[in-house]
Ligand binder design. Structure first.
Ligand SMILES: Nc1nc2c(ncn2[C@@H]2O[C@H](COP(=O)(O)OP(=O)(O)O)[C@@H](OP(=O)(O)OP(=O)(O)O)[C@H]2O)c(=O)[nH]1
Length: 184
């Protein structure tokens, strides 16, 4: 085994361990209250399985993408544990939760073209994983209009990231269309 391979594998597995511990009390908004960590792991799996992205920093970034936004994790902790490259990816996909929901959503559209390429992949996989869940079930507390609005807003965000990966572009387009039909 090469040293690079060992380093890459270690980084990704460390990220999975870290995310699982940080998200351990959180659940998805489905009836079964699926562990929240299924979402970041699902996003990373979309990258390897569908987008054919195998870069360890991108995969670690995908696995860690909600730790600062949704748990007590700080950017400093991400830097100390995973280094500056992973930090850049996580920083680029972390919303400022001190802003209003509307402003946060507006800023995702504005910022999307300017984030680093690895973060763009993470953002696409994040949205695709959430949208696939949304197509399967309405999250607890959501109505059809909330679902349609989330899909339309996601379409605006991902439109700023088009051209990076044909498979992700197509899968996102398809699932958004299905949601808009299912919840009309
Ligand atoms: N489809 C789906 N989404 C779920 C589920 N559980 C949690 N979510 C999260 O809900 C958020 C969207 O719901 P909102 O009503 O807008 O936000 P909020 O509840 O977190 O305040 C998404 O995160 P976000 O950070 O607000 O948006 P994004 O930037 O991750 O897209 C998504 O990750 C689930 O079971 N299904």
């Amino acid at each position: 085994m090469s040293n690079n391979y060992i380093q890459d594998m270690s980084l990704v597995i460390k990220a999975a361990d870290f995310a699982a511990r940080k998200h351990n009390t959180q659940r998805r908004k489905d009836a079964a209250q699926t562990p929240y960590v299924n979402h970041p792991i699902g996003a990373a799996y979309i990258l390897t399985n569908e987008a054919k992205v195998y870069d360890a920093v991108t995969l670690a970034g995908a696995i860690l993408h909600d730790t600062v936004e949704d748990t007590d994790t700080s950017f400093e902790e991400i830097r100390n544990e995973f280094g500056d490259e992973v930090l850049s990816v996580v920083r680029d996909v972390t919303d400022d939760k001190s802003l209003s929901k509307e402003e946060t959503k507006r800023l995702q559209i504005v910022h999307a073209p300017h984030i680093c390429e690895k973060a763009k992949y993470v953002k696409l996989a994040d949205k695709l994983n959430n949208l696939r869940d949304l197509e399967r079930y309405l999250p607890v507390g959501w109505d059809k209009e909330t679902a349609r609005k989330y899909a339309s807003w996601s379409r605006e965000v991902v439109s700023k990231l088009k051209g990076l990966n044909e498979t992700l572009d197509k899968e996102l387009e398809d699932v958004i269309e299905k949601i808009l039909v299912k919840y009309q």
